[in-house]
Design a protein around this ligand. Structure first.
Ligand code: ATP
Length: 533
């Protein structure tokens, strides 16, 4: 990870937000290459959802919405993580992320200050490794009581107990943590000139709710019929207790979410006589069928999403399909599959695909008083649609793609001597720059002019980087690090100096194999477009 983080800064993929002011924990900026990478991810997703299908339409909703939305969705009351604080340093942890500790716990019932003038009856305890000197625990305990205003604390009631796998102590200093208590993750703000309770609002913690509340409007204008979906890409904000693992857990991030509305199983049962189930022998999960209930639609979307990850270079071997256990599911969810990626810091969630029943639409119907019912002409039935929700994070995916692309291998330098190179093996579809154009030499005007003409030829079709500075090997290396899949070099053959048959041809270099082929300039656009689409 260290190498990846440093490459991200050095090459301009990701910078710390507000860096010159010391940074802001949980916020990140994307530099020139990172910005292109993110755009490509979003464009690929959008294209796969809207352009390549006829049953999904898009939405671009506001970040701040009516606060009642978050009451209806349950975010105001339940969107919280349990947190604990270190009683000594006040450092805050997510309760489920405290590393379990074993050792000897030293318990104290309180202290006096020696003169008897001051005392504290606050209980405190410290966990230290078994065999470590008791004095260490006492020192930590004294610090705790000193912070409570007792300068020379004499510890009272010391007793010890062997403890196994406890998450009640700060792994960094052994000090006791507070009892876990919920902490709402929504970021608050005020809308309008008065900072009153009535004007309190939230930055959306997910993009999905806007889709539910605009369900009827989209339905009215798009001429879609259930089953169909509405998708959205946009910023979301969560006041995460512990932002960590680089951009993996941030406080501001982007989501790509689809709400795919389907018929309730009862309606399908009535229409077709039987609902197809995942447990049926050899159920099709590829081509949607009118007999599909929520189970098969859910599995279908899991498959579709994994295929999409494959299409941008994340092989199935880098992903894990994790079916959440029944006990872990949210009360309204019928099933949830997480797609996990094998990050260098552990196998972690990229996307969640949930079968959410009709919980969200029903909640908004209840809270807004507006009907969310849909009349299905084909089924001759009125119902509130159910939904399958694939919900992915753009930033997590960008990080996964960067981790997946990072490679170190050997490449020959100018003189043919092998040297190690860092190469970002991005799939051409998402690579920030698609092709680099180089004149062999900078000081030969005819080469420079021709190379610039090639750049101008390619530019309307793809992102091109023109580079004439330094030895050609160095220029290749720079593009390898940026993950540019193709390099075009204009040399003396291009000018026809070795005979007319090579005139107007260039070398096309492949980043991964480093192989070079001779290509006609006139064929470059179509050849490259084919390889980057
Ligand atoms: P986690 O359990 O990791 O907090 P979650 O299950 O709460 O995630 P969802 O609410 O399902 O996440 O959000 C959908 C997607 O949004 C996640 O799969 C992830 O890609 C992205 N996401 C959620 N929280 C963050 C975050 N703090 N930083 C970056 N991406 C996030």
């Amino acid at each position: 990870m260290e190498k990846i983080v440093s490459l991200c800064k050095r090459r301009g993929f990701i910078f710390q937000s507000s860096e010159i002011y010391g940074g802001l924990n949980g916020f990140w900026d994307y530099g020139p290459l990172g910005a292109e990478l993110k755009r490509n991810i979003k464009e690929c997703w959008w294209r796969s959802m809207t352009q390549l299908r006829d049953d999904v339409v898009g939405l671009d909703a506001s970040i701040i919405m009516h606060p009642k939305i978050w009451e209806a969705s349950g975010h105001t009351s339940t969107f919280s993580d349990l947190m604990v604080d270190c009683l000594l340093t006040k450092k805050r942890f997510r309760a489920d992320q405290v590393e379990p500790q074993s050792g000897t716990a030293y318990f104290y019932t309180g202290v006096t200050d020696g003169t008897g003038a001051k005392e504290s009856k606050d209980a405190f305890s410290v966990l230290i490794a078994t065999g470590k000197h008791a004095e260490y625990a006492r020192k930590v305990a004294r610090q705790f009581y000193q912070q409570r205003g007792i300068e020379n604390p004499a510890l009272l009631g010391e007793r010890t107990e062997e403890v196994k796998d406890s998450t009640r102590y700060n792994p960094e200093n052994g000090g006791l943590l507070t009892e876990p208590r919920p902490f709402n993750l929504m970021l608050k703000t005020y809308v309008g000139p008065v900072e009153s309770e009535d004007n309190k609002s939230y930055l959306r913690p997910e993009t999905a709710q806007a889709i539910f509340v605009q369900f009827k409007n989209v339905l009215d204008v798009s001429r879609q019929r259930v089953p169909f979906g509405v998708c959205q890409i946009g910023k979301a904000f969560r006041n995460e207790i512990n932002p960590r693992n680089f951009t993996f857990r941030s406080r501001e991030f982007e989501q790509m979410e689809l709400e795919f509305f389907i018929r309730p199983d009862e309606v399908i049962q009535k229409m077709t006589g039987a609902v197809a189930l995942l447990s049926d022998p050899q159920p099709s999960t590829l081509n949607p069928q009118p007999t599909w209930g929520w189970e098969l639609w859910h599995k279908y979307w899991v498959e579709q999403r994994i295929k999409w990850y494959e299409s941008i270079g994340l092989g199935r071997d880098t992903l894990v399909e994790y079916w959440q256990k029944k006990d872990d599911l949210a009360h309204y969810a019928k099933a949830t599959v997480d797609i996990l990626f094998k990050f260098p810091f552990g196998t972690q969630e990229l996307e969640g695909i949930a079968a959410r029943g009709n919980f969200d639409l029903m909640q908004h119907q209840k809270f807004s008083g507006k009907s969310m019912e849909y009349f299905d002409e084909e089924a001759k039935a009125k119902y509130v649609p159910h939904v399958i929700e694939p919900s992915a994070g753009v930033d997590r995916l960008a990080l996964a793609l960067i981790c997946n692309a990072y490679c170190e291998d050997q490449a020959p330098d100018e003189k043919g001597k092998l040297e190690s190179r860092v190469v970002m093996k991005f799939h051409p579809r998402i690579a920030p720059i698609k092709v680099a154009v180089f004149p062999l030499l900078k000081n030969k005007p005819a080469l420079v002019e021709k190379a610039k003409a090639v750049r101008d030829l390619l530019r309307p079709h793809m992102s091109v980087f023109y580079d004439e500075a330094g030895a050609i090997g160095r220029r290749y290396r720079r593009q390898d690090e940026a993950g540019t899949p193709f390099g075009v070099t204009v040399d003396f053959d291009t000018l026809g100096e070795k005979g007319p048959e090579l005139r107007d041809t260039v070398t096309l270099r492949d980043r991964d194999t480093m192989k070079q082929e001779r290509v006609k300039i006139g064929e470059l656009v179509s050849m490259l477009l084919e390889r980057i689409r």
